[in-house]
Every structure is written in C-alpha cells, then in structure tokens.
Design a protein around this ligand. Structure first.
Ligand SMILES: Nc1ncnc2c1ncn2[C@@H]1O[C@H](COP(=O)(O)OP(=O)(O)O)[C@@H](O)[C@H]1O
Ligand SMILES: [Mg+2]
Length: 600
C-alpha cells in the first residue's frame, strides 16, 4: 500500500495518507478514481500523525471518522508515524472523490500544462517550481539544467521544473507586481526579471533609486550570458536630463518642487513668469529682469537707469526691465520670486537641463534596458517626463498605423521600478500627489493597447495606488509579515487561505506566483541571478578591511623605526616627518602603535 484517499471527501478536496511517503506542499498527485478516472490534485497541507504523540491541534484533521476510515483501508495506526495531507483538485470533479482510491506521482506529460504555459523562446525563466522534483525526472530535455538556484550561498544544480513566465501572454494579461517585506528577495527577483528581458532584447526603462541595477559583475563566468551590451546606465543630471523648451508650466512647478516645496505664492510666480516654449535662457532672463526691477524698487528708478545708460545694450536691457516690472511686479512678491530663483538655481546646478534624453531614446530603440539613476525625488519628476515623452511616441506610432498614416517606428517597451510606492503612492486626503503617479496609472489602464507594460516592486502593496494594483495581472508575492499588506494581498490575488498563512514564513527568494492567465498560484524559487548587485559588500566588512589596510600601510612606514620606546615617541615623529614628509603627533603615533600591537 502506498498512497490512498482517506476519510470524508467532496468534489474539490480530500485527505491522502501514506505509511512510507512524506507529502510536500504544492506537489501534484494523480488520484486513480475507479469511477471517474484520473483526477489531478495538488497538496495544500501536509501533516504527520503518530498515535503516541498527542497532537496539539487535534480536532481538525484527525477526527474519529478519519481514524476509522484509515484502519478500514489497512493502515496500522499502532505502528509508528503516518503521513497525511490535504489534496485539492485542480479542476472540480463531477462527484466526490472516491475514498480508498490509490494515488500516484504523475509523469511530466500528464501535468505539463499546469506548470509550463509557454515555450522557452517566448518566456522568461525566472526560477524553478518547488516540489516538482518527481516530475522533473520525466521532463523534456529542453527544460533540464537551464538554471541554478542559490541556497545558503551555494549554487545548486536544477532539480525541479523551470518556471517560465509567459512574456508573450502579457499582451493579454499585462503588468506585473512584485510584493514582499524588506529582505524577502524583491530586488533580487527584479534583477532576474531584467536579465531575462535583456536576454530577449526587450526595450525596458528601469527606474533605479538605489543605484543597484548594474549588470557588469558576473557571479560566475560560465553561468549566464554577458549583459554588458544590453543595458545603458543614465544618471539624471550627469548624462541624461530634460529639454527645458519641452516643459510645460505644470512640469516646471513639479520640478521646482523637488528641490524643496513651493509655496502657493511661488507657484503663482511660476504661473506668471513661465511661457510655453520658453528656453532655459528666456525664462531665466525674465526672472532676473523682474528681480532687478524689484531691486531698483520703482518705475521712476528704472527710468533713471534707462536715461543714464551709456550703451544701447544697457538701455535696451533696462527698457525690458521696465516692461517686465510693470507686468509682473504686482503679481509676484519679491520674497516669492527669490524663493523660485533659489530653487531654479539648485535645479540648474544639478545639471538636469544640460542634457537631453536623446541617447536614452536611441538605446531604447535599439532594444536595450535603459537604467535611470537618481534620488527618489528627482526620479519622481524625471520619470514623469521621460516616460510621458516615450509613451507618447509609441502611442503616436500605433495610432498612425490605425489611421493609415506613416510615423517613425517606435518600439513597445516595459517600465520597471523598485520601490514603486514612491512613484505611485496611494494618496489619502490632504496628501499632495506625486507627478509620476498619473503616467504610471495611465499605462496601467491603457498601456496594453500600445504594448507598454509595467513591472512594479514594492514592500508595501497597501501603499501603492489601488487603481494600479488592480491592473497588475501577475503577482510575485514574497515573504510578508505586515497584517495590512497581507490583507491587501488577500484582496488582490487568488492566493488560497493556506498560502496566505504561509506568507510570513517563506524563505528569502521563495515566492508565490499568481498569474491571471493560469488562474492558479505556483510556488517558485527565484533562480540564481547571473549578475551581482554592486552593493553586495557589507559595510562593516568594508570598515574592517579599511582598518586592516590602514594598519598595513602604517606598518610599512614605521617598520624600520621599531621598536619605539615611550620616551622616543617625539623623536620618531620627527624622523618620520624628515624621512617621508608625513606628520604624526605624539599621541597619534602612540594610538596607532597601540592598535598595531593589538593586531599583533
Ligand atoms: N532568489 C534568491 N536566491 C538567493 N539569494 C537571494 C534570493 N533573493 C534574495 N536573495 C538574497 O537575500 C538578500 C535580500 O534580498 P533583496 O532582493 O535585496 O530583498 P528586498 O529587495 O526584498 O529587500 C540579498 O542579499 C540577496 O542576495
Ligand atoms: Mg530591495
């Protein structure tokens, strides 16, 4: 006797028991129902039972009925441990599952469609499906050995079915959400997703507030391709920026707001002084002229300047100062103009207007991943700008095709961001909105039409704009502890109660993957990334290393003066200064020598 259905059953669920085979959560079994034929089920709870070890939570699974049923089926309850599990049918049966049916492990062909919904060419290999090792043994060759996992810092060869995300299916089921608490594996998961997108040359915009999306450092030379030609990094203000003439007044206010908050009066100043199609220079000059006029203080004083000007240029200048003064003085209080000017200078110093997005656009068009780095605040605004511009180009291209017009080709693309709640927060009453939210919302709602998709990661799904959350058709849910977030996950996914209960205990890198297309959840381990994050170094190890290095350098310097006695410290300092020009005070030297001594 191997595995048998026991106890009370219905059309969805039953218990299975075995004397010698342990069950694992999420594994698949075939129930050989003599009346209904083979039924496919998935283990959703696993237990062991031993008559001599009392159970804590007795009532639920092991009632008297079940024990009788087991004995009737030939289980010897007196002899040691029994393995038990709850199995749920993948598709509802017509009748309750027949008690006493035999169960067996399926082979790959029998269950392939439940695990693999696409091909390797059209999908992203994000990891392995946990507890499928029995099925893996009979899997097709193309699915064997295509990735590794990283467990306890060791690379493990693949021994379970690969999880292949249906990339082409995004056309129908767009947008991906990546949720999980801090340290649960989200950023690592995003890295793997990005690697796969780069492998497939999918144009991607990655917002990277943590400066961590670099793909040049390979884990291991033989594992994974070289990505160096597949992405370009852009740092806002350094090699990417905003074309000032393309800003409208609202964009400009948003931008100025990032350096520090604009008051209502300052917003008013910008409304008055900024004109459409202003260049950086025309706007700045207008601002300066009004300030100069206010500095002089009155129309008379400005007129004096006009009369007394020697040069025609100067005369012209003061005439314009007068014009602007008349137009704007009433509307723009000096303190507010100063405030605006101060914020404007700060933005300019960041270099944000010195660059354009052309290079990034070219990179995107050549199907690269463009990684945009900067602080959260600056990305909030810059991302709004660049995504708007590129989304519009794609839209124009698609609309032109519909209207039989010709427009330059612009490819579909994916927008990927970590810490997405910063860029599209759920706002409560009284909170001001973040500009980037609107463009992300627009893409969430209608991007599918144009082939523009979102992949958003956040540790706080409850803080992400709920309109956007509702549009995320695929969700990767990592370990989550917070009750409010678990609640949001319950509402927004088809995770079962058993799965939600496991959320706080998931291992880092293990994830529940819920795909609208499949209508069920998979338990997956994200594969080992091919590349390393640049932040891998532990800052405390860095300090230790630095200290060691300093000591070594110092040792090289003082070696030839050793041993140094306490009375000699002063002379040694002098000698070192004469020999190599480095000045140590007596107490410095003493401290350093003592630490050298401590370190042997
Ligand atoms: N799938 C995985 N396999 C192996 N290690 C992982 C995996 N996912 C995450 N880790 C490790 O766990 C740590 C935290 O992961 P990270 O992705 O930074 O978490 P989060 O972004 O959710 O805060 C990192 O040091 C990372 O290397
Ligand atoms: Mg992270």
């Amino acid at each position: 006797m191997d595995i048998k259905i026991i106890g009370l059953t219905d059309q969805h669920e039953a218990y299975v028991g075995s004397k010698n085979r342990k069950f694992r959560i999420n594994e698949f079994l075939i129930i050989e129902d003599i009346y209904q034929g083979d039924l496919i089920g998935e283990i959703v709870e696993a237990h062991t039972y031993n008559k001599f070890i009392p159970m804590v939570n007795n009532g639920d699974i092991m009632d008297a009925n079940m024990l009788n049923s087991m004995e009737a089926l030939g289980f010897d309850l007196e002899a040691g441990t029994i393995y038990l599990a709850k199995i749920r049918l993948v598709n509802e049966a017509n009748f309750p599952i027949e008690t006493g049916s035999n169960c067996r492990v399926p082979n790959f062909e029998e269950v392939k469609k439940y695990f693999i919904s696409t091909t390797i060419e059209k999908g992203l290999n994000l990891g392995v499906i946990r507890n499928t090792d029995d099925i893996y043994k009979s899997a097709d060759r193309e699915f064997l050995g295509i990735c590794k996992t990283l467990e306890d810092n060791k690379f493990i060869e693949q021994r379970e079915l690969p999880y292949i995300f249906d990339l082409f299916g995004m056309h129908e089921y767009p947008h991906i959400g990546v949720f999980g608490g801090s340290g649960s594996g989200k950023s690592f998961g995003l890295r793997v997703i990005l690697e796969e997108l780069m492998k497939k040359n999918i144009p991607t915009i990655t917002l990277d507030p943590h400066y961590e999306m670099d793909f040049s450092d390979k884990f291991n030379m033989d594992y994974g391709p070289d990505y160096s030609g597949d992405y370009s990094k852009f740092i806002i203000g350094k090699n990417i920026g905003i074309d000032f003439t393309e800003l409208n007044t609202k964009d400009l206010k948003n931008l100025l707001n990032t350096s520090s908050r604009l008051t209502d009066a300052m917003e008013n100043v910008v409304d008055n002084l900024h004109k459409n199609k202003d260049s950086l220079l025309t706007f700045e000059n207008r601002l300066q002229r009004v300030m100069r006029g206010q500095e002089l203080g009155s129309e008379e004083k400005i007129n004096d300047k006009i009369i007394n000007s020697q040069e025609t240029d100067e005369k012209q200048y003061y005439k314009r100062v007068l014009d602007d003064f008349k137009k704007y003085n009433d509307k723009c209080p000096p303190s507010s103009i100063t405030g605006v000017s101060w914020r404007f200078d700060k933005l300019k110093r960041m270099g944000i207007f010195e660059h354009k997005i052309n290079e990034a656009e070219i990179a995107l068009k050549s199907c690269k991943n463009i990684v945009i780095q900067g602080s959260i605040k600056i990305i909030q605004v810059f991302a709004t700008y660049i995504i708007n511009v590129l989304y519009e180009k794609r839209r124009n291209y698609k609309d032109a095709i519909i209207n039989n017009k010709t427009e330059e080709y612009f490819p579909p693309f994916i927008v990927v961001t970590d810490e997405a709640h910063n860029f599209a927060p759920q706002t409560k009453d009284g909170m001001t909105d973040i500009p980037s939210k609107y463009i992300l919302r627009e893409i969430a709602q209608e991007g599918r039409k144009y082939g523009v998709f979102l992949i958003l990661a956040t540790q706080r799904p409850s803080l992400l704009d709920s309109t956007i959350t509702a549009q995320l058709n695929t969700k990767l849910i990592f370990r989550t502890n917070r009750a409010t977030d678990i609640q949001t996950i319950k509402e927004e996914t088809d995770l079962s109660i058993e799965e939600t209960n496991r959320l706080p205990y998931l291992k880092t890198g293990d994830v529940f993957l819920s795909e609208s297309a499949l209508g069920r959840t998979m338990y997956v381990r994200i594969r080992a990334a091919h590349t390393n994050t640049p932040h891998k170094e532990n800052p405390f190890e860095e300090l230790l290393y630095k200290k060691k290095q300093d000591i070594e350098i110092f040792y090289d310097i003082v070696e030839k003066y050793l041993p140094v006695s306490e009375d000699d410290l002063y002379n040694t300092c002098k000698e070192i200064q004469e020999d190599i020009g480095k000045l140590y005070s007596v107490s410095d030297l003493k401290t350093i020598l003592e630490s050298l001594y401590d370190e042997n």
